[in-house]
Write a protein that binds this ligand. Structure first.
Ligand code: PEP
Ligand code: MN
Length: 337
């Protein structure tokens, strides 16, 4: 449930409501929006019995949230949440760009990748150090050594680091080197992992599961937020359909649907959606045109030699070309890069 305050309500009115909630063993999420201040009720609302907030000073109305996700809902924060990663803000006018190889392979590769994506205009260096591979015999990532290499390459180029964790016992180690942690598609419903990244308070990029509905995806975000970590950014990376021409099918519709139902920023991963480098530009532009807050794109200094996802990685030159087009489109849709 949310409690919508009147335009002329005072700070004391809000404080009194928070106090009453506390007395009933409930928490509050305050959102001071452009239209009104909203007090989100956190916890089991039945504890309130028949207490009527609409009789309290400054209250306009109480509105139940009908979805199972509350903190992630649009109602709880109608102006949208802005996720801060250090000095960067995700969910504002400026589009946020993450780029880098599928996996960190060695010092030279990640250094060249960092240099290339920085030149193209990215703010984040991506790269997997713990890789979720379909086959146990495929390259599994360089783990902590890879994270160290990535941190050095990012620092040398003024970039932030985003990398994936596939298990909860990797969070502490990854947290030493990363500015943001990625939860991959295969782990979207790994509830223990979601709770633990929630407790870590490190900003999280939550990818959509390969066969997950938007509702399930927002429920997964709620797991993270329910632990007190509101720094969650969603990532549409393609879903499995009957189509085989592309690796997955980019669900562009997810962008406006998420914007309508949720307060969270959303970015697009065209690389894992397309699976082929030649389609990445088209899908990137589609995502931004639909209203996404940024892109995460795989870029490798020598894609043909990549140890994973070789077919979908762009060269730094191709990435720079793509970014020029994204920059031009950004102006049309009222964004900037
Ligand atoms: C990745 O980003 O390298 C990755 C494995 O992505 P996804 O979880 O979307 O497959
Ligand atoms: Mn990949």
């Amino acid at each position: 449930m949310i409690i919508v305050m009147k335009k002329n309500s005072t700070q004391q009115d809000v404080e009194k409501i928070v106090e009453v909630l506390k007395e009933h063993g409930l928490g509050a999420n305050l959102s001071t929006g452009s239209q009104a201040t909203i007090v989100g009720v956190l916890g089991d609302k039945t504890k309130l019995g028949d207490f009527d907030f609409e009789l309290m000073e400054g209250v306009e109305k109480c509105v139940p949230i009908m979805h199972p996700y509350k903190l992630a809902s649009h109602e709880m924060c109608p102006d949208g949440r802005v996720v801060e990663v250090g000095d960067l803000k995700i969910g504002e006018k400026k589009l946020i760009m993450m780029a880098g190889p599928c996996a960190v392979e060695n010092e030279e590769q990640i250094m060249k990748a960092a240099l290339g994506v920085k030149a193209g205009g990215a703010q984040f260096l991506r790269g997997g150090a713990y890789k979720p591979r379909t086959s146990p015999y495929s390259f599994q990532g360089l783990e902590e050594e890879g994270l160290k290499m990535m941190r050095r390459a990012a620092d040398a180029n003024g970039l932030k680091v985003i990398s994936e964790v596939v298990a909860h016992d990797q969070i502490d180690t990854a947290g030493k080197y990363c500015d943001m942690l990625q939860i991959g598609a295969r782990n979207m419903q790994n509830f223990r992992l979601l709770r633990e990244v929630g407790r870590s308070k490190i900003p999280v990029l939550l990818k959509r599961g390969i066969s997950s509905t938007i509702e399930e995806w927002l429920d997964a975000a709620e797991y993270i937020m329910s632990e007190g970590n509101y720094n969650v950014v969603l990532c549409e990376r393609g879903i499995r359909t009957f189509e085989t021409a592309t690796r997955n099918t980019l669900d562009v519709s997810a962008v406006p649907v998420v914007k309508e139902r949720s307060s969270l920023p959303i970015i697009i991963d065209p690389s894992h959606a397309a699976g082929k480098s030649k389609y990445i530009t088209a899908l990137s532009l589609a995502g931004i045109a639909a209203g996404a807050d940024g892109l995460i794109i795989e870029v490798h200094p020598n894609p043909k030699a990549a140890m994973s996802d070789a077919a979908q990685q762009l060269t730094p030159e191709a990435y720079a070309q793509l970014m020029k087009k994204v920059g031009a489109l950004a102006q049309v849709v009222g964004r900037e890069i």
